[in-house]
Write a protein that binds this ligand. Sequence first.
Ligand code: MD3
Ligand code: FE
Length: 228
Amino acid sequence: MPGVLPDLFDAPVQPPARVALGEQAWLLRGFALPHVEALRTALRTVLRAAPWRQMRTPGGYTMSVSTTNCGALGWTSDEQGYRYTPRDPLSGQPWPALPAALQALAARAAAEAGFDGFAPDACLINRYVPGARMSLHQDKNERDRTAPIVSVSLGLPAVFLFGGLERTLPTARYGLLHGDVVVWGGVDRMRFHGVLPLRPGVHPVVGEQRINLTFRRAGGAQPLHSGG
Ligand code: MD3
Ligand code: FE
């Protein structure tokens, strides 16, 4: 049977491109890889106006991740609580704009996962250095819970915890790699989730850090038929 064995052995062993995390939650492996340079360029522009800062929690802790935002609304936290604001509290200025190319990337990822017409108005950007983590939580400050959330990972790999609708339910673990995108909405929108402490390392493009961008609909529901 000439040909058969070479074909088999030559076939690259590809991990699946789409992993179902839940009924309405998808991991899209490498979905953002063609857009890494656009993401890094946009990030540099955002950081000039709204640099990294470590937010305080209402409980009096300082978060181990550093954070910034772009878009009409940005997520902030201080002793008063968690909320979305139209201005950066550090500068008093509106958050930097959400670049159209990033908004389009988030919308295409959402559509891949079955959420058509996603129009994010907020992009929360987290920076993890080795040891930084995010404890198990739900994302519940967004007004529009019908919209999904789209997450883009850059840089060092992280172990992501994917739990249930109650804090005490068991969690599954997934590695999130440079260029991976996660989309979750619908019945999976309110799942508890977190990130284990980042392991030290050097990513060839991004260096000694992991950056995660989450695109959200934080304000009211988008008007139906927006844009005609
Ligand atoms: C949530 N960020 O900013 S996003 C956050 O990697 C946040 O920085 C994490 O949680 C980060 O609020 C995780 C990835 C993610 C993936 C799947 C989920 C979050 C999810 C499924 C359900 C709920
Ligand atoms: Fe979250």
